[in-house]
Design a protein around this ligand. Structure first.
Ligand SMILES: [Zn+2]
Length: 62
């Protein structure tokens, strides 16, 4: 197995990892409330998907 002969410097290590930054995920707007949501998923705030309500939130106990 190949073994690295020299220790790679911090600059070499950091410049190699310059391409591995995370990119922001694609977000779309909710058709009902307009908040940013992930595409092909129901809105976590209002429960709408495909312009109709899918998830009905439970009312809080009094
Ligand atoms: Zn919404």
């Amino acid at each position: 197995m190949a073994v690295p002969r020299n220790r790679s410097s911090n600059a070499k290590k950091n410049s190699r990892s310059s391409h591995s930054a995370l990119k922001p995920k694609n977000q779309t707007k909710c058709s009902n409330c307009g908040s940013k949501i992930m595409s092909h998923r129901a809105c976590p705030k209002c429960g709408f998907y495909a312009k109709r309500q899918i998830i009905v939130k439970k009312e809080k106990k009094e």
